[in-house]
Design a binder for this molecule. Structure first.
Ligand code: ATP
Length: 870
């Protein structure tokens, strides 16, 4: 008991002495209630008063700052915790069914919702790290908590932004072409434009994150300064053997450690968060342009930069390059901001200790070494860009092999594929090695200069004030010198570290330049193609340019691009039919209307007679009727046209012009087409969306969300499958569940099945007009007959493209493209009974002639034998 009392007494004495000696505060009769208030008031008083002892004043300042910073840290933690608790309570009352561990009455079947404003709300499963152990191993497993869903709001697309930004991108390209400015930096100009996408407004979330990061960077430097000073004091106290002061400083040390470690983690988290946010902004920006009704993803192949690695491997550019660019931007910012703030703070403090000459010396040293390093920096930006391109080539080739594995297997093409893969892999390895090789020499120089030269010089500069003061006063106070040296050395090392990080970031900037250039090229191309004036890479004035001028300055193409209107044909939409008038079918190219012409002044229309009065009323689809699958489809007039012609004469190109994915170049060309809901184009190569259900394939291009939203039912799809004779597929599953089956439908379905799914799509969407390109070439003759009759029964207006004259009997009109590739064509009506009979007669005659072939051959052989005998 007595020993406990004695210990408590000693501890009390120690505390009282600590307060009195260190900060001059007497707390003998102070109750714990008023202690804190008194302490803060006292510290404030001392830190402000000039009469107080300098040591006590400094201590009071350090203490005040530490208390403040710890308070802020604690408060932010408490606020965050309180917010979480409030949110939890709110959810607890808002979703009572969760409390009772029951399911919600309204089950969410959809992953996204489109709002009236055009905005979308998406729900994605939230990934949570559950401390659950795997059954066999002791590792913790990551699991997706299916119950938790994160709500993401995607604002509607603002087309004005893209129209505005288009000029920003164009200006940078044009200025680069002019190259007239004295201080022109391509990188800074590109970055300036890109930064507007990364941080769209001053009050954006990202600017808040950036400001917080700067705040924490400043705080980190300032705390380092405090730590350096405290370090010096601790060493001084140890050498002088001052136990109490040592303990006091140690207390401060542990106190400062709290905000210091918090600050360091906060900087890292903020950097990562900022990088992810940048990536979200940039990816959304790209997706909005790349995937919209202007079909940028298709038209990109016609852009002037289509052959560049960025556009050729656009999948790699959108996924990898964007991520690398965002990471590099954030890390370069942190890597530059951190040392710059350090340099400012430390040099101001060191100026007091080392004098202006000392600090100037340090900076002269930095500039010289910076210049040397800059001079010997390898072209890392270019190398990084090339490596990324090789990466994309290698990845893409593998993807291509996966997509065409069956075809390759049939051709036995393993050897040639392996050679190609090896070649691409070697190219990638070479590029990677080249980067490392280039870095080798540079790293050596960097290490020597930054690690050893700088610290050596640091000792020299740190010792200058000590030597000077010793020489001036003749007194060598070891204790004071040691303290000064420790503080200066620590600051010098920090300064050297800051400088070296700044120098290291030269390398990072160089790398960032490469990524910035790739992203800028990608966005410029997207803007060019997304523009309403996109002229399919046409450079009309190219003809007036001299070839050597163009090869010397490729930017001339960029300048002249869009300078003249290359596409001058007219398109009339919402027309009650399909009509082409005087249209030249030309392959889009740089030469625009001077390009390869496939068909000359093509003119036709279906139906043959368009009633001008019904034209308006019928032009917009009546969706209420479209929803009812059981209603017979009697809206169309049931006219049909067959386009016949030899291979590559331009038949599919007519479909491309009708679908508006190829332009009408000639001025007097007029294309009249129905509204987009009323026309459905079936391409030659059947398309199946990846990872979708059978339902998704039948209703394509409608999404399953929309399908259920609009009140469609699976049984309607079953009826359609019966109509196209694909209902046997459903027997593979139990009842309707096969509609929910997810598979690689492109590989799973046979050629004929895929084409029948195309017909099912037509039956589901019920468009007024259908354009079918070789839609039945993999289907048996009897099934083909059935499907064409189905189209006729439902009175679809259809245009079929084929090479087989046997299809004539299903059509009213025939458009024949010339055999001689001279662009000539002929249009005739074949729907009449006489025409059908005459064609059937002709076929019969031909078949009769073919039957006689054997007799003729027999006769020829007989004659030959007779001739031999003679
Ligand atoms: N994007 C393109 N770039 C360059 N040339 C193209 C492009 N698309 C098509 N062509 C060319 O246009 C010509 C006509 O092609 P199209 O696909 O219209 O032929 P087609 O008459 O449908 O032939 P097939 O019966 O073999 O399908 C072909 O010589 C083809 O090489």
């Amino acid at each position: 008991m007595s020993t406990t009392l004695a210990t408590t007494g000693k501890l009390k004495n120690l505390l009282l002495n600590l307060h009195t000696k260190c900060i001059g505060l007497h707390i003998n009769d102070v109750t714990p209630k008023v202690y804190f208030k008194l302490l803060i008031r006292h510290l404030l008083q001392i830190s402000r008063s000039n009469a107080a002892h300098p040591k006590q004043r400094r201590r009071a300042q350090i203490l005040l700052i530490s208390v403040f910073v710890s308070g802020v840290t604690l408060l932010s933690g408490v606020t965050y915790g309180a917010l979480k608790i409030i949110l939890k309570c709110y959810k607890f009352y808002k979703y009572p069914w969760k409390r009772k561990n029951r399911r919600s009455l309204i089950r969410r079947t959809r992953s996204q919702m489109q709002l009236d404003s055009g905005a979308r709300i998406m729900y994605i499963p939230e990934v949570e790290l559950l401390d659950r152990q795997g059954p066999n191993e002791n590792k913790l497993v990551n699991t997706v908590d299916r119950k938790k869903r994160k709500r993401i709001f995607i604002p509607p697309k603002d087309n004005d932004i893209y129209e505005h930004d288009k000029f920003l991108f164009k200006n940078v390209v044009l200025e680069r072409a002019k190259n007239s400015q004295l201080f022109y930096s391509k990188f800074l100009n590109q970055m300036n434009v890109l930064s507007k996408i990364l941080i769209p407004t001053v009050f954006d979330k990202n600017s808040f994150l950036l400001t917080s990061q700067i705040f924490f960077l400043v705080m980190r430097t300032w705390l380092s300064l405090l730590v350096a000073k405290l370090d010096g004091h601790i060493v001084k106290n140890i050498i002088a053997g001052r136990g109490r002061s040592f303990l006091w400083d140690l207390g401060c040390w542990f106190l400062i450690a709290v905000p210091a470690s918090y600050t360091n983690s906060a900087i890292k988290v903020l950097q990562r968060k900022l990088s992810l946010n940048f990536r979200v902004n940039l990816t959304r920006y790209i997706h909005d342009m790349y995937l919209d009704e202007r079909l940028t993803f298709y038209k990109l192949i016609f852009d002037s930069k289509a052959s560049s690695s960025v556009i050729k491997n656009i999948d790699n550019s959108i996924t990898n390059d964007v991520a690398k660019f965002c990471d590099a931007t954030c890390s370069v910012f942190a890597n530059i901001a951190k040392p710059v703030i350090d340099l400012i703070f430390f040099s101001v403090y060191l100026r007091d200790n080392l004098g202006t000459v000392g600090v100037a010396g340090i900076f002269v040293n930095y500039f010289i070494t910076g210049f040397i390093l800059r001079r010997y920096t390898p072209p890392l930006g270019k190398l990084a860009s090339e490596r990324s391109a090789s990466d994309g080539d290698y990845y893409n080739y593998h993807l291509n092999m996966i997509n065409n594995s069956e075809e390759i297997a049939f051709y036995q093409g393993t050897a040639v594929e392996r050679t190609k893969v090896k070649e691409l892999y070697d190219a990638l390895m070479e590029k990677m090695l080249l980067v490392d090789k280039c870095k080798f020499g540079y790293n050596m120089l960097e290490d020597y200069v930054l690690k050893y030269t700088w610290s050596g010089l640091g000792y020299v500069f740190a010792s200058i004030p000590i030597v000077m003061s010793t020489l001036a006063t003749g007194i060598n106070s070891e204790e004071k010198n040691m303290k000064e040296f420790i503080v200066n050395k620590r600051l010098m090392l920090s300064l050297a570290d800051a400088g070296s990080r700044l120098m290291h970031s030269i390398k990072d900037i160089s790398q960032l330049t490469g990524y910035t250039n790739r992203i800028f090229t990608l966005l410029s191309a997207l803007h060019r193609v997304h523009s309403l004036n996109f002229n399919y890479g046409a450079v009309p004035s190219i003809l007036s340019l001299r070839t050597e001028d163009v090869s010397r300055n490729p930017n001339l193409l960029a300048i002249t691009d869009n300078s003249q209107e290359a596409i001058r044909g007219t398109i009339q939409r919402n027309f009650n039919g399909i009509r082409l008038e005087n249209i030249d079918v030309i392959i889009p190219s740089v030469r625009a209307s001077e390009g390869i012409k496939l068909i000359n002044k093509l003119t036709f229309q279906i139906p043959l007679h368009i009633d001008p009065i019904t034209s308006n009323s019928n032009s917009i689809q009546d969706l209420s009727k479209a929803n009812d699958i059981k209603l017979p489809f009697l809206q169309g007039s049931g006219s049909s046209l067959l386009i016949l012609g030899p291979n590559s004469c331009g038949k599919s190109s007519i479909q491309r012009i009708i679908a508006e994915i190829w332009p009408v170049y000639n001025k007097n060309g007029l294309l009249s087409i129905p509204s987009e809901n009323n026309i459905f184009c079936i391409p030659q190569k059947p398309y199946f969306s990846k990872g979708g259900t059978l339902r998704d394939q039948i209703i394509y291009p409608m999404s399953s969300d929309e399908f259920f939203d609009r009140g469609f039912k699976d049984k309607e799809l079953v009826q359609i499958l019966v109509e196209v004779r694909l209902d046997y597929l459903l027997k593979r599953g139990v009842g309707l569940t096969y509609l929910d089956a997810v598979a690689d439908w492109k590989d799973l379905l046979s050629g004929g099945e895929k084409q029948r799914v195309n017909f099912a799509r037509v039956m589901f969407h019920k468009p007024l007009y259908v354009v079918l390109d070789e839609a039945t070439n993999a289907i048996s003759v009897d099934m083909e007959d059935y499907l064409f009759n189905l189209l006729k029964r439902y009175r679809f207006n259809f245009i079929s493209i084929s090479q087989r004259p046997t299809l004539i009997k299903y059509h009213e009109m025939l458009l024949e493209i010339g055999e001689n590739r001279d662009g000539k064509w002929q249009l005739q009506a074949v729907g009449t009974d006489e025409a059908i009979t005459s064609i059937d007669n002709e076929i019969e005659e031909l078949e009769k002639k073919l039957e006689k072939v054997k007799d003729w051959e027999y006769e020829r052989e007989k004659l030959q034998r007779n001739l031999e005998i003679i």
